[in-house]
Structures are given as structure tokens and as C-alpha cells.
Write a protein that binds this ligand. Structure first.
Ligand code: TYD
Ligand code: MG
Length: 471
């Protein structure tokens, strides 16, 4: 009798169990395990053992060719992929629903098709009419893109294997695809994995670049098994929030290029527009001269990026004060608050603290510590910071300000945008500070900055609010 091959798979992380259980031991989620057919990649009992083929092993030295790339014609996209789509590679694009994944990809497909390459767009979510409607709205209806609304991976591969090899294939989205090789229902982890596997094999065999669109769950993970992220060559994430028209494309993983570059787009009525100078955009709605706002001179990949940090520190009416942060790391905020309390005498235990990065951008750099601290102290003291100054520097737990990478590039960008002052770690004065034209105030310790802001607050208006907190 055939062995029962049913297995139980966690729909969150893809862990496989022999029996059902309430909680996944691998990822800790409850009620995510459901019964599925055996995974396609496991050799079934029917398969005969194949004798291995002998292959030659290669030395480490030898000719290495650059990955053959195909520029998309959208420079912000090419910046993130590392110079274009690599032939025979598979890229996964994740992002919230409605963020603009389909829009970005139809624009890229149309640009390639207009450049004379065979480009195919397969939608598993939308009917052809819907895709056409979008292309029409983007003014791309004339582009020689080949369209289909299909979900069967076998049919798709059979169709794509005919005729001239396509250069670019979009699969929108991987969660809607299903393969005959796997018995479980579409959308399950095993199906997503099976479909991705088949498409990856096709990409390697044919040399076409394949882009898979992936949905994102509530907490920002690409839905379906994490293994798909490991299987593909690159994972890009498309971010932004509903309230802003800015969209950030970020590489999470890239076998053929850097992972720290970002691409900036703006969603307009005519589709996604590239933003080649994002600093100007993020500072365009600046709130000049109000306490709690500060400009951070950051770096994303190789590109300097100036953004505004906004803080609001207000007496709390709750037993436990609120700490709320948008666009920055909440544990770094806790650290900065702790350093302010422990070393600078800034007592925030009775205050709610809100920190926001303007424009819907998410900053990961520790170099933003100093800007965040300046915004917080400025809000608490009711003292506005100089509008012509930028801030950067990493705060250590002792309160010392540590140097950060690429000071020269940060200062140069600030000078280009009309800033004249910088508050930065000591090393920045020598590290390119002199030739940027900015007057750099070296901050050795966070206490210096706090004293400086508190003094300007006292000059500006009445009683010193920081000193009143002391003791
Ligand atoms: P879409 O690309 O369908 O998102 P996704 O594939 O990530 O789910 O984009 C949907 C949103 O973008 C929708 O809310 C409308 C908006 N949009 C514009 O603002 N301008 C445009 O030109 C297009 C095509 C869409
Ligand atoms: Mg879509």
C-alpha cells in the first residue's frame, strides 16, 4: 500500500510536520499549520534512484564574465538592481497592496519592449482589460508588450518556451500561481514554493530575466515561505505609505549587486515618476524654524540624502508615557532617550515622545542618532534649531558622539542644498569638512549639544524648561 504522504505545513514559515499541532515550533505562530500534499521536491517512493553523472571540478582562478545585464530604462530601478536585470536571474519584488508594484513593472516592461526586447507581462490577479486600462492611463498602450492573464505555471512555461526567448518576464503575483506538480491548493506555501521553483528553473534554462511579484503580510514579510526569498537571486521591497506619494525601492538581497542602494519614485496621476534628487523632495515641505524639527544628513547606499526629523515631547497624562516613532528604529529611540536621561540630565519620564521622519521615509542608519537627539531636546526646550544646519553622528551609550562613514559626501550634499552649518562628530572636520564650505561644529559629547540647545532656548524665551526638569 502507498504510504500516506500528507504532511502539515506552517503557512507562515514553511516548516513541515508529520502531524497537526496548534503552534509552529519553528516560528512560534499559532494556528498556521494546515494539511498539504507532499512537497514536490521530495523524491517519492515511485522515483527510481538515478546514478550520478560525473562532472569536472573547476579551479577558483579563471575567466569570469560580468553578469550580462539588461538596463530597464528606468535609472532609479537600475540603481537598486545594480545596473539592470541580470539574464537568467529571478527577482522577487515585495510590497504592500496598492503601493505601485504593478505600475512600476508595467512601466519597466513597456520601456524594455519599446527598446526592441521581447517583454512579457503575466498577471494572475487582474484581467487583461485591467492591465490595458492601467497601461492606457500611463500612456504606454502603444508599447509592444505581450500580455496574458494566466495562473498555471505549466501553461506559462509552455507558452514562453515558444518563439524568441523573452528578455523579461513579469509574474504578477507568485501567490496566484499554481503548478500541477504539487497537490495542495493555490496560495499555500507548498504551491508558492513549487511554482517559484518551476519558474526559477525556466529562467536559468532560458536566460530570461524573471520578476516575481510577492505580497506582503501585515508585518512587512513577503507572504509565503521565506524559502522563496532564499531561492531567488534578488529581493526588492517597494515601500511607502498611503499618505505620501513617495515610494522607496530597496534591495533586501542581491546576488549581483549592492543591497544598500535605494530608488526614489513619486506616484503621480501618470504613474511612477523618478526622483533623481530626493533630498530636494524630502525637504520641500520643510517646517522652518519650529522647535523639534531638524535636518539629518544621511546616506542611502552611495547617495547622500537629507531628511527632516520631527520630534514632539509633551507632558503625559498617562501613567506610562508614550514612545511613538515613525520611520526610525524604536529601540534606537529608547537608547537615545536613555543616554539623554543618564548623561545629560534631560528627564523624560513624565513626557510622551513622538518622533517622525518626514515624507514617509524609513531611516536605518545609526548616524541619525544625533539628529534625533537634537530634535527631542529642541522640542522639550521649546527652542528651534538653526534652519541652515544639518546634523549627523552616532551616539554611544556613554554619550560620546562617534564618527560615521562618508562625512564628506554628507557635507557636500548639504552645501549643495544651501546649508551653511553642520553639527557632526569630531572627525568630520578633517574628513572632508574643510572643503565642503560648511562651518562644521564638532560635537564630542551629547552633553555639549544639549547645553547648546538649552542655552538658545533660554535666550529665546522665559524660564529654562530643561533645567526645571533637573533634580
Ligand atoms: P498598483 O500598481 O496596482 O499597486 P500594487 O500592484 O502594488 O498593488 O497601484 C495601485 C495604486 O496606485 C492605486 O491606488 C492607484 C495608484 N495609481 C496612481 O496614483 N497613478 C497611476 O498612474 C496608477 C497606474 C496608479
Ligand atoms: Mg498589483
Amino acid at each position: 500500500m502507498a504510504k500516506n504522504t500528507a504532511s502539515f505545513t506552517c503557512q507562515n514559515c514553511g516548516a513541515v510536520y508529520g502531524r497537526w499541532q496548534g503552534r509552529c515550533e519553528a516560528c512560534g505562530e499559532w494556528n498556521t499549520i494546515s494539511e498539504e500534499g507532499a512537497a514536490a521536491d521530495r523524491a517519492g517512493p515511485g522515483r527510481s534512484a538515478r546514478k550520478g553523472r560525473v562532472f569536472t571540478l573547476e579551479p577558483l582562478s579563471g575567466e569570469s564574465l560580468d553578469a550580462p545585464r539588461l538596463a530597464s530604462g528606468i535609472p532609479e530601478l537600475d540603481r537598486v538592481t545594480g545596473g539592470g536585470f541580470v539574464r537568467g536571474s529571478v527577482l522577487l519584488l515585495g510590497g504592500d497592496p496598492g503601493i505601485g508594484k504593478s505600475t512600476l513593472l508595467i512601466q519597466a516592461t513597456a520601456a524594455l519592449a519599446q527598446g526592441g526586447h521581447r517583454a512579457i507581462y503575466i498577471s494572475g490577479e487582474e484581467a487583461i482589460a485591467q492591465v490595458r486600462l492601467r497601461a492606457d492611463r500611463l500612456g504606454l498602450a502603444k508599447a509592444p508588450v505581450e500580455l496574458a492573464s494566466e495562473t498555471s505555471v505549466e501553461d506559462i512555461i509552455a507558452t514562453l518556451s515558444q518563439g524568441k526567448t523573452p528578455r523579461l518576464i513579469i509574474i504578477d503575483s507568485i501567490q496566484t500561481m499554481w503548478t500541477d506538480a504539487v497537490e495542495s491548493a493555490p496560495g499555500t506555501v507548498t504551491q508558492v514554493r513549487g511554482a517559484a521553483q518551476a519558474l526559477i528553473r525556466f529562467a536559468k534554462r532560458s536566460g530570461a530575466a524573471v520578476i516575481l511579484v510577492g505580497h506582503v503580510t501585515k508585518d512587512g514579510q513577503i507572504a509565503g515561505p521565506r524559502v522563496v526569498e532564499h531561492m531567488v537571486d534578488a529581493v526588492l521591497s517597494f515601500e511607502g505609505d498611503g499618505a505620501h506619494q513617495f515610494r522607496i525601492l530597496r534591495a533586501v538581497k542581491n546576488r549581483f549587486g549592492p543591497t544598500d542602494e535605494i530608488g526614489v519614485f513619486e506616484m503621480t496621476g501618470m504613474g511612477l515618476r523618478e526622483v533623481s534628487n530626493p533630498s530636494e523632495l524630502f525637504l520641500s515641505e520643510r517646517d522652518l524654524g519650529s522647535p523639534g524639527t531638524v535636518v539629518f544628513a544621511g546616506i542611502e547606499g552611495t547617495r547622500p540624502l537629507l531628511v527632516e526629523f520631527q520630534a514632539l515631547v509633551a507632558p503625559t497624562s498617562l501613567g506610562t508615557p508614550r514612545r511613538s516613532v515613525v520611520g526610525w528604529d524604536s529601540s534606537r529611540l529608547s537608547m537615545v532617550l536613555a543616554v539623554l536621561e543618564a548623561h545629560c540630565g534631560v528627564k523624560l519620564g513624565g513626557h510622551d515622545v513622538y518622533l517622525n521622519v518626514a515624507g514617509g521615509l524609513r531611516i536605518n542608519e545609526p548616524a541619525a542618532d544625533l539628529a534625533a537627539a537634537a530634535a527631542l531636546v529642541s522640542s522639550l526646550a521649546g527652542a528651534s534649531l538653526p534652519a541652515e544646519a544639518v546634523y549627523f553622528g552616532e551616539i554611544s551609550l556613554s554619550g560620546a558622539i562617534r564618527p560615521v562613514a562618508q562625512s564628506a559626501a554628507r557635507l557636500k550634499e548639504a552645501a549643495k542644498l544651501g546649508f551653511t552649518k553642520a553639527f557632526a562628530p569630531d572627525a568630520s572636520r578633517t574628513d572632508g569638512g574643510s572643503d565642503s564650505g560648511l562651518s562644521v561644529t564638532a560635537i564630542g559629547n551629547l552633553t555639549d549639544l544639549v547645553a547648546d540647545i538649552a542655552a538658545s532656548g533660554r535666550r529665546a524665551k522665559g524660564p529654562p524648561r530643561i533645567a526645571a526638569q533637573d533634580g
